[in-house]
Design a binder for this molecule. Sequence first.
Ligand code: 2IT
Length: 450
Amino acid sequence: MNAYVASVIEYVKKKHANEPEFVQTVEEVLSSISPVVDAHPEYEKVDLLTRMVEPERMFTFRVVWCDDNGQWHTNIGYRCQFNGAIGPYKGGIRFQPNVCPSIIKFLGFEQTFKNSLTGLPMGGGKGGSDFDPAGKSDAEIMRFCQSFMTALYRYIGPDVDVPAGDMGVGGREIGYMYGQYRRLKGVWENGVLTGKGFTYGGSLTRPEATGYGAMYYLQEVLAHEGETIEGKTIACAGFGNVTWGICKKAHHLGAKVVTLSGPDGYIYDPEGVSSSMEKVDYLVTMRNSGRNKVKDYADKFGVEFFPGQKPWGVKADVIMPSAMQNDVHMEQAQQIVANGVKYYIEVANMPTTNDALQYLMSQPNMIVAPSKAVNAGGVAVSGLEMSQNSERIVWSAEEVDEKLKGIMKTIHAMSVEAAEEYGLGYNLVAGANIAGFKKVATAMMEQGCF
Ligand code: 2IT
């Protein structure tokens, strides 16, 4: 490894020893881009990498809200404006009890390179709160979102920072946050958030975009291997928005999603969750119920439920970890390899531990695709939502879908090309990191040191 790259990784490990997720993503990305730094000694001259691993700005704020029983609660809100070299900061807001600086920073760092890959002018950002939306009433969610936005609104804007949803934040939460932004600012700047409802500037296809994009990317990978998606079995995780989009597209394309997971375990549906739209749409019902239990699917459709287990031991053609970070550890990776799986397609942000990822990538018969490329369709359509908002126009679902397909195709092609340029073969992980990094690095260098 390039000595300068190694020294920056060491620095981050020491400096941020209490931020394990952030250290993990820095190590993964920087080790991939080592050959680029070899080829560009000017990066070391200005110590570009140390600058790149430090967010431009990150802040916390208190979010005070009152529950339905008149009890007051205080949560911590975060926004990390990681890198604005190529466009306004852009990235989701996550509401989950485990949200902390390390998780927000890892997501902001990943987002920077992901957004770069989309080819659209968006910098990297991320935010959230340790608020737990599970079991909260609609009125409680509204009050929390309003309080969150009251603290955040001065620091965002259509040309400054454009938040969106992530885990725990969907269309409803974005609506409440946008309503509060409008109330406070007295302007109708709907370009300030993406993932909005269709009546006030949301883009058609945004809810499906991450899942659809992942499936389009998978199709590119299969095409590269001379295969097609029809009839392929897919093991998925989670049952949120992203997994719903995957199942819906699998239904259209004739692929079979056989597993879903939740905090309570996983379900196995041999006929396929994607076999009917009734099943696919039941994911939305489960999510809206706020129960957060995937067992409900097993009860409803009479399939097997495996309490407390993850679906990675299931035999499938394609594994798509689409739930959360660090879902697949070494033990599960070994099981996946033992099952003879050929396609390991990450979907959630950083779903694989670094050792498991290295192990999977070292398998001669396995193709590994990284989440920052595979799930980039979500933020790409957010970028298209921003374009529509600033032009005051509305594109049809077909127009958005066509553009999304094109973007996913380009991300795959760019990654292939970037890896080949450095003699790495069909290495989608390194290719995505290199292609994403190069654009941000060039923009930072051309804008001068700060
Ligand atoms: O991880 C992600 O890319 C997102 N949560 C979506 C970000 C966005 O701005 O649409």
